[in-house]
Design a binder for this molecule. Structure first.
Ligand SMILES: [Zn+2]
Length: 153
């Protein structure tokens, strides 16, 4: 009974992503490269909603005070005070700066996840989950390659 329901859920999620596919394509086409120095890996994450390999980001060990900016457009996205070590291998934050991101529901891989992207330039940054350890309850799981850290002087 349970597995039947689960199968149905996965099937309907795949069906929805199939319907949404053309919109996703249109949506992706609207994003623009603002930073001409983006690498192919960065572009794949930002424009094709790719994911960097875990435990590869140089920002994982970043503990200085400052702000994390969008690597494409430079918008300020996270304060260092919101950063925490989630153990997942991706830079993680308990909250974003107000208005920094917009979200959409992502049904890829048969899962329902909340995708978030830069409110200013539209590029993909990561997914946000409701299992964060702080009072916000949120865990923004961000690709490190999408971020630039600027320390506060
Ligand atoms: Zn941006």
């Amino acid at each position: 009974m349970f597995s039947k329901r689960k199968t149905l859920k996965v099937l309907s999620a795949s069906f929805i992503s199939l319907i949404l596919f053309p919109y996703k394509y249109l949506y992706a086409a609207a994003k623009k490269i603002i930073n001409p120095k983006l690498t192919n890996e960065q572009k794949d994450i930002m424009f094709n909603e790719g994911t960097e390999r875990p435990f590869t980001s140089s920002l994982l060990d970043e503990k200085r005070v400052g702000f994390y900016h969008c690597a494409n457009c430079g918008a300020k996205l996270f304060a260092s005070t919101a950063k925490f070590d989630s153990g997942t291998g991706w830079p993680s934050f308990s909250e974003a700066l107000p208005g920094a991101f917009k979200t959409k529901i992502d049904y890829s891989f048969g899962m329902k996840r909340i995708e978030y992207h830069c409110a200013n330039c539209g590029v993909h940054h990561g997914h946000v989950f409701d299992d964060g350890p702080s009072s916000t309850g949120k865990r923004f799981c961000n690709n490190g390659l999408c971020l630039i850290f600027k320390p506060e002087n």
